[in-house]
Design a protein around this ligand. Structure first.
Ligand code: FAD
Length: 276
């Protein structure tokens, strides 16, 4: 195993371009794979830990919240101003693993690991997060909603690092998050959703129901049009256009679809008078 230890972001980008190394942030996704994946032992890793001063701080201004590449869930949970401005970040962070994982795991690692069950990604997407991808050639801005192209397939080139995640600051009149798992902590999501409503419109994002965390544009249109909804079943035709759940060891596709419709219906009912 080769480990590269850059002392600056610039050096990190140079090393990444030269070695096509695997970035390591908190290591909570990467190191779980180690015992089974022997080929992982032969790779070259880019350890970002010496860049904490540059990459860990987050900044909240009147315009935006900017999370650094090494900002952890715990950093967000510890900041009352961020919790107030972006409450769904705290809701999701509290339900990632348990405290040990929240203290090490980063938002950027959650995004770059590209799991369809990721819990940080839905709330970031519901807040219209934009990724700043840095490389030796410069910086590229990519909206998180268009970052995933398919299962574990991203618009991030191997020489690019996520340098930060920017969330525009808006006035929201609805912010809602739900994670359904087999227990309250240390559980991989069976079905999850994050919903926001602002002047920019509805954002409905679901996880564990498609090859990637995804927006649900048909459901968003249904909500924007205030289409009367008499019960969870009325959401199903739109949901079926947006998501494609699978059967796996945690749940069946039918369970995921039905539970997603139910949590959305009951979660949004009080805020939507056209839900009966
Ligand atoms: C016990 C346990 C419980 C967990 N529970 C949950 C849970 O409830 N919900 C959930 O969503 N996740 C969970 N996870 C997964 C994991 O903790 C999160 O996905 C975490 O956010 C990953 O962040 P990290 O910093 O540890 O990433 P790492 O493991 O360091 O990296 C993950 C991936 O991202 C890449 N990467 C990291 N940083 C960058 C960067 N700046 N630029 C480009 N690529 C980068 C790495 O190369 C790697 O491919 C759990 C993990 C464990 C071990």
């Amino acid at each position: 195993m080769n480990v590269l230890l850059p002392a600056s972001l610039e050096e990190a980008c140079d090393l990444l371009a030269e070695h096509r190394a695997v970035p390591v942030a908190g290591g909570t996704d990467l190191l779980v794979e180690w015992p089974q994946q022997l080929d992982a032992h032969r790779r070259t890793y880019l350890d970002l830990s010496a860049l904490e001063a540059e990459l860990r701080p987050h900044r909240l201004s009147d315009e935006a919240l900017v999370l650094g590449a090494l900002t952890t869930y715990w950093d967000v949970l510890q900041d009352p101003a961020v919790r107030r401005a972006f409450p769904l970040l705290a809701c999701a962070a509290r339900q990632v693993g348990a405290i040990q994982i929240q203290a090490r795991g980063t938002w950027a690692g959650n995004v770059a690991n590209a799991s369809p069950a990721a819990d940080g990604v839905p709330v970031l997407m519901a807040y219209d997060a934009v990724l700043e991808l840095a490389s030796r050639d410069g910086v590229e801005l990519v909206p998180l909603a268009s970052f995933y192209r398919g299962y574990k397939d991203m618009r991030r080139r191997p020489e690019q690092l996520i340098r930060s995640i920017r969330l525009p600051r808006r006035r929201y009149d609805l912010q809602w998050f739900e994670k359904v798992g087999s227990r309250r902590a240390q559980a991989i999501t069976k079905v999850g959703a994050a919903v926001t409503r602002s002047a920019a419109g509805w954002r409905v994002v679901a996880n564990s129901v498609a090859p990637t965390v995804c927006r649900c544009p048909s459901v968003e249109r249904l909500l924007a049009n205030e289409t009367p909804i008499a019960g969870p079943a009325d959401l199903l035709p739109a949901l079926r256009r947006d998501v494609s759940p699978i059967d796996d060891l945690r749940s069946t596709a039918a369970y995921r679809e039905r539970v997603l419709a139910r949590v959305l219906y009951w979660g949004l009912r009080d805020a939507c008078p056209w839900f009966r």
